[in-house]
Write a protein of this length. Structure first.
Length: 310
């Protein structure tokens, strides 16, 4: 048994019949070896689901996927999610390009800052699927933190306090940062950067700034696992608290959640597909590859209204 040092999680591979698993770190993450995602049969797919919920993030190397293949694989997991603020490519409205050009001087990239995807929506996406086409020679990694392990590592007393709290999530702070740190362009984050005043924003973005309130401790709809549902990017307050009251609490929880012991980090290569469960982990992209191009394609799957413990 290779238990995480906290004793709260075991990221060991389970014995599957259709592929092998190589755990990435003690806290979470695993490589799936021996599958072609274009031809996964139902039995293998069931094992992939189990591996995803167990390891929180799984990835597969050396895939040769067209946009249609990525769409078809994504649809095995359910309906596509509502677009948060990116848009799809011609002919594939649910496949969203994440491209940073080599000469883009922005000091912020899409996915900067620890976050769970689009929690400002009433029904945030359940899963995110990201496929790499071109990656820089170094840098451009993605890092994840296991929010179920972070929850399990808290004291009973603190968990009891958190169990009643609701987090207010909003796009507000990302919009402000994009306006100052990103070069306006046609890219998703470049479009945010190009907006200059709240009244310039289309109605769908105004709704995302107003945001949504969700339970801080979330119960996974399939496995029943409990996890912290909070982040450092979109969580702007706690319902019913003043800013002065909620800020130190959010600071403690997000620092606890994103400590290195709870993380894993992926070095991308062209042909790598990674997917993660936004209900069980948070993640962050690095902007450390200036002078190099990075091209990935993202799909997100529809989620449910987050459920609290009670
Ligand atoms: C994201 O936050 O979904 C993007 C992650 C990445 O580009 O590494």
């Amino acid at each position: 048994m290779h238990l995480h040092p906290t004793g709260q999680f075991n990221n060991d591979a389970r014995p599957y019949r259709h592929f092998t698993v190589r755990p990435l770190a003690a806290a979470m993450g695993a490589e799936i070896v021996g599958v072609d995602l274009r031809t996964v049969q139902d039995a293998a797919f069931g094992e992939l689901q189990d591996a995803l919920y167990h390891h929180k993030m799984i990835y597969v190397r050396d895939q040769m996927l067209t946009h249609s293949d990525q769409e078809a694989f994504s649809q095995r997991w359910g309906q596509f999610a509502e677009d948060a603020y990116t848009s799809g490519i011609a002919g594939h409205p649910n496949v969203h390009p994440l491209i940073k050009e080599a000469d883009d001087p922005s000091t912020m990239v899409f996915g900067s800052g620890w976050h769970t995807d689009s929690p400002f929506l009433p029904k945030p996406p359940s899963l995110t699927i990201l496929y790499a086409v071109e990656v820089p020679p170094w840098g451009g990694d993605t890092i994840w933190a296991n929010s179920a392990l972070a929850y399990a590592s808290l004291s009973d007393t603190y968990r009891k306090i958190l169990s009643k709290l609701q987090v207010h999530f909003s796009l507000r702070d990302v919009l402000r940062s994009a306006q100052s740190a990103v070069k306006p362009s046609d890219s998703p984050i470049g479009k945010l950067a190009a907006t200059r005043a709240l009244h310039d924003l289309p109605e769908h973005l105004q709704r995302k700034i107003e945001g949504s309130v969700h339970p801080l401790v979330r119960v996974h709809p399939v496995t029943g696992e409990r996890a912290l549902y909070v982040d450092d990017t979109y969580a702007v307050g706690i319902a019913g608290m003043t800013l002065e009251e909620s800020a130190p609490l959010l600071k403690f929880i997000t620092e606890h959640l994103t400590q290195p012991a709870f993380t894993c980090r992926l070095r991308w290569a062209a042909g790598t597909l990674a997917m993660w469960d936004n209900r069980l982990c948070v993640h962050q992209a690095f902007n450390d590859y200036a002078g190099h191009r990075r091209e990935l394609y993202r799909t997100t799957m529809a989620g449910e209204v987050p459920q609290s413990i009670a």
